[in-house]
Design a protein around this ligand. Sequence first.
Ligand code: G3I
Length: 493
Amino acid sequence: MESQMRDVPRRRARGRTRLLLGGVCAAVIAVASVAMTTLAHADLSGPPGSTLKAAAERSGRYFGAAMGGDRLSDSGFLTIANREFDMMTAVNEMKPDATEPNSGQFTFSSGDAIYNWATQHGMRVRGHTLAWHAQQPRFWANLSGSSLRAAMIEHINGVMAHYKGKLAYWDVVNEAFAENGSRRSSNLQSTGNDWIEVAFRTARAADPSVKLCYNDYNIENWTYAKTQGVYNMIRDFKSRGVPIDCVGLQTHFTGGSSLPSNFQTTLSSFGALGVDVALTEADVTNASTSQYGGLTQACMSVPRCVGITTWGIRDSDSWRGSENPLLFDRNSSPKPAYTSVLNALNAASTTVPGSSTSPSSPPVSSPPVSSPPASSPPVSSPPPSSPPVTGQPGTCTAAFRMVNTWGGGYQGEVTVANGGSTALNGWTVRLTLAGGQTIANVWNGVNTGTSGTVSVRNADYNGTLGPNATTTFGFLVNGSTNTAPGSFSCTSP
Ligand code: G3I
């Protein structure tokens, strides 16, 4: 059977994608704030769990839900959340528009309220989300190119500094692919195709303790173009050392028949890339017992599938409320789908790697070769900028600014300016790093070399500078010192 995929409201009228039926899935662990979290000690020989979280924890997995801030005063919701779930996602409260309403002005009270309630009730928290085409701060609408790129980086740094060491996962980038498997058009995509990897590298530097995820919908069917697009991106990231730890499949199933028969293949294929897999926003039209059971079973059969989250708890919590897609009805009673999920959790055939041995495995996978430094300071307290280093006289100049420093490196920014009376068509900045330093990442520019004397030329979109115009590029440096680079020069063809 086939059916249309579930879309978020704005895309409901267009992407009429068809998917096959079939499949399965499931979860990880939990305990208080992640800094103190220990993995559940998986034991498939133990008695079956009588709650979703207990059943998931048997195999070292979690069972999560999403909640809005308004649910904090809903005792019916809180009672079920506390009893059944061990992972929590904020529906809207940690999104970019909520956390940075104005440039550089961060506000965390709504997100913190959910975080505090969840961790006080023994749950871990999934951060959602840092960079997305929707629910952006209003001021992003006035930005483009390098200034939007810089705003995204500042946003990631600002939010992740606040939650540093506290979250289990971050959806670093959400919904960046189109249905045909290419990148979705968006203002972020227009800043350059490397925006996603810049987001992940920035995120790793900002909080090395949290798992960094890419999250999307309609990537459940293995043969679907969008699934392949995301898969190829993650494979590329892993091959080049771009830090990524997990992929979230939103798992919005609609039409009563949209669980693809190859769902387990999708999960295991992603897992084979060396990333955790999670079902992050599950809901199913009319809560089909076969689909809920199937998606759970698929996850339980794939070791790297670490957990399942439903987007709400009761049908009355759902963004698709008229379709009654969740595991509890409006009277807080578990539905037949609840039983099919519970049974599938208890029938898990695999455990999450590491969960059946040491109970204290950290939640972070080993960073790749070029991963950023082990720690970075919060963006709210950057060190003073070093004196600008000005480039050679001429129409093209380069001025350096130290943005952040930490024990093992720094984040720098170079402003390239056209001091002449005619336009520059392309620029190249040369700079010399101190001994032992290596560039881990460059954005808004393309580097040649990573140590010693390095040249950075313009990206495709910021090479043309009119008279008196400026642009910036940024970079991360790893090294035992945070000495600023020297010997700057800027040339233009
Ligand atoms: O808070 C305002 C309220 O003041 C105003 O009166 C009202 C008028 O429309 O809007 C309210 O904001 C709404 C917000 O939810 C809070 O309820 C927004 O309009 C509405 O667009 C927003 O919808 C959220 C949606 O993301 C936005 O894309 C949903 O709650 C949220 O469940 C949904 O979550 C997404 C995931 O992040 C990504 N995957 C798909 C998923 C479902 O769409």
